[in-house]
Design a protein around this ligand. Sequence first.
Ligand code: M6R
Length: 609
Amino acid sequence: MCGIVGYIGFEDASTFMMEGLSKLEYRGYDSAGIAVANAGKIKVQKRVGRLANLEALVKENPNPGHIGIGHTRWATHGRPSDMNAHPHTDEKGLFAVVHNGIIENYLPIKEELMKKGYHFKSETDTEVVAHLLADLYDGDFEGTVRRMLNRIEGSYSLVIMCAEAPDRLICTKKDNPLVIGLGKGENFIASDIPAIINHTRDTYIMNDGEVAVLMKDSVTITDRDGNPVNKEVFHVSWNAEAAEKGGYEHFMLKEIYEQPKAIRDTLTGRITDDNSQVVYEELNWTPDTIKNINRILITACGTAYHAGLVAKYYIEKLARIPVEVDIASEYRYRNPLTDEHTLAIVISQSGETSDTLAALKEAKRLGAKTLAVTNVVGSSISREADQVIYTLAGPEIAVASTKAYTTQLVALLLLANYLGQLNGRLDGQVEKHILTNLKELPTLCHEIFETVDDIKAFAKHYGFKEDAFFLGRSIDYAVAMEGALKLKEISYIHAEAYAGGELKHGTLALIEEGVPVIALATQDDVREKMMSNVKEVKARDAIVIGIGVKGDTELEKYVDHTILVPAADSFTEPILAVIPLQLLAYYAAITRGADVDKPRNLAKSVTVE
Ligand code: M6R
């Protein structure tokens, strides 16, 4: 995730910014840059790669001054490069801008500005902000920023510097964090607290729509209409390590709670305003593109493989194209039946998993059209595939994948709709219903967080059991597999997932008094069958936690504990249902005192075979 810093005061701005950016390195980034205003001019320095590259540049070519903005970039629009790194400026170098988030309507604004003769240097959405400011500028810095805000749509935290107003920085935000640090004769801005806590612990936490003007001795905050806002000072008492985790005890928990934002970002700009169509601009397919595709292969590892299993249900139900899902390490060695009529989809959070990369190369060699779903712009897999869909989960630091998985499901559900749209197999009303629910998904996730106390209690109670079973049917079976993986990888409890119908073919022999069974029941069309499975395990005195959908008054009659996710539709409910499973795994691991973020024997990115 990108990081932002800003400084105005009496110290050397570059020194603060380089230190502040280094405190944000843990968030992941692919390039970095700073801009400092001095004697009516803004000097920008940017470098792709590690912060050390930028440090070397600044050392060689100092950038003195007492006001500056800086950024570490995690690429979303445009690959990692010097040019795409922030800050971005207009052609005259009047404005410099750093930005986290996505400017949704950057394309029409860019086209409009290009017609007026503005030249763009980067592939980013952010650069439009700098040119737009230049276009709207009438000598009033703050007024210009407000007019610019009336034009842009999307999510952002923005910090802006103007060469003609070198006594102030202006910042604002929507759906992205921004914090102001209050000093004496100096003030600070950062996207995250770790960047400033060495300098001050007194902060203003910015709210959406607020505009702050920072001078060295004052901070003035107003709302979008210019009315003053009285803010309370928030005193940060966290230590540096807790600050990195945003006050959460572990990255995994932070990332679970980041899911509403990650899902919103992944959906941004990909559904039409009337919710009738998916827009995958990066694919830009026509019915002809998929005319000759008669099967889809999905291949991946671990959690990403589980996302692929869900996608099989999505695509087969919505686009009626046969889908085969294979573990990448199996696919690459099995002499597979892949050809030029195959669309091969590889899924990988990191984009670097060696088995997935090898499977992608193999599918390509056999003539398949290839598509990667990944979270990392510029990763090996994104470069190797013919086309890429990016999930916009931001960097995932905990080894256990959470927000990467749910954003993969969102991207793949969009893809299933897109394919159905293109081949005419998907009913328009059905699609509209699903897309309407998808847009609601970030809000619905918050409702699940309200059940966290129940989940903590189950985890405490069952955290020391040595085995657990997960049951589901249809899409719920694929989600059950992810729930079991989460539990085993971080709590070291032996966990297995079964398709409900498979129970009596062997596993039922293991069900005895007190064994925890987590039964998913979100799928209406197999509900009665699932209930029979629940009764089968209850009859053997298992302890059953049922995950159902709000409005289900029956489930609680058959199980010991119930967690109900918000009602939506059979495609989006499983995305919600995995969140309680992530929380259950997390709190079970806590109960057992396990190292949640770094489970034994596992690495975040498996780049060797
Ligand atoms: O980066 P990738 O998505 O390719 O990683 C694949 C797996 O290694 C990964 O999903 C792994 O299973 C997770 N740590 C599980 O939480």
